[in-house]
Design a protein around this ligand. Structure first.
Ligand SMILES: Cc1ncc(COP(=O)(O)O)c(C=O)c1O
Length: 274
């Protein structure tokens, strides 16, 4: 199936889309993005993704109509014949003929593509604990992901599929996911701050935890908390909710048969994927 994409509102085959090398997305990574999943042709929490995109646009002062974004995202799904998958959608500050650090009011540049994806093949993950070397506004879903990319590729050489990051011992998040862990029958997750992305799946899982009346806490946690955890989970739009089976550079007491994980995962699948 040829891949389709959208560029400033026009849908075409991806190979027909031409983007200027003077795009600030290309020159400065001056752009923000979203990844939105759909299942049986319906978006999962599209409005929440649009709210987060709006937050990223406001915080970066990129002016763009969120209604245009919404209709372009919907058009991509309507014009594809995929049942299950996700849309990657980014907005940049547009073309800048002089590559200046100082920006003017440019026309924004919008680009998105659609991928087919199966959400049910997520195996437990081997991960690596690494220093969080990213900037200090990780609440913005910026395309500047070099910190994540470098650390994730170091982890890949050790056979890992993800990382868990900490900033001066304080746990932040995964390379492309949020973290939950269980200790003494309570579920913990790092509280929202400018050091982590407010994950849509994190939000969905927290709702499930509250609906199920499970004990949970949002706060600041360190590497020792992870060492003592009986179960560790990562959440993201494409991973859903997935267990960690091993942290290569940290000895843990992870039990892959965690009851709380099963309760949350089953409720998550029932709510969003049935
Ligand atoms: C750094 C980071 N944290 C968390 C997440 C999870 O966010 P969401 O659940 O909205 O996909 C992602 C997703 O790509 C991410 O890149």
């Amino acid at each position: 199936m040829p891949k389709i994409a959208s560029y400033n509102g026009k849908v075409d085959l991806i190979e027909n889309i031409k983007i200027s090398p003077m795009s600030r997305a290309f020159l400065f990574s001056d752009s923000v993005y979203e990844v939105i999943s759909f299942y049986k042709n319906k978006f999962i929490d599209l409005e929440t993704h649009l709210d987060r995109l709006n937050h990223s646009l406001n915080e970066t002062k990129i002016s763009c109509s969120i209604e245009d974004c919404k209709s372009e995202i919907e058009k991509l799904l309507n014009e594809s014949n995929f049942e299950d998958g996700y849309i990657y959608y980014q907005v940049s500050r547009g073309v800048d003929s002089i590559r200046s650090h100082f920006f003017d009011e440019n026309d924004c540049e919008r680009f998105g593509f659609i991928e087919e994806f199966s959400f049910f093949n997520q195996l437990p993950l081997k991960v690596m604990l690494v220093e969080d070397i990213r900037w200090q506004r990780c609440d913005i879903k910026s395309t500047s992901l070099l910190g994540n990319v470098l650390q994730m590729n170091d982890a890949k050489s050790a056979g890992c599929k993800e990382i868990i990051m900490h900033k001066n011992d304080e746990l932040t998040e995964g390379g492309a996911s949020n973290i939950f862990f269980v200790k003494d029958k309570t579920i913990f997750t790092p509280k929202l701050s400018s050091n982590i992305l407010p994950g849509i799946t994190r939000h969905q899982v927290l709702k499930i935890i509250k609906d199920q009346k499970l004990d949970f806490e949002e706060g600041s946690y360190g590497i020792d908390d992870l060492k003592e955890a009986s179960s560790i989970w990562l959440t993201s739009t494409t991973k859903g909710i997935v267990c960690v089976e091993e942290i290569v550079n940290l000895e843990t007491k992870i039990n892959s048969e965690c009851q709380l994980f099963k309760i949350c995962k089953n409720a998550f699948i029932k709510k969003y994927f049935s």
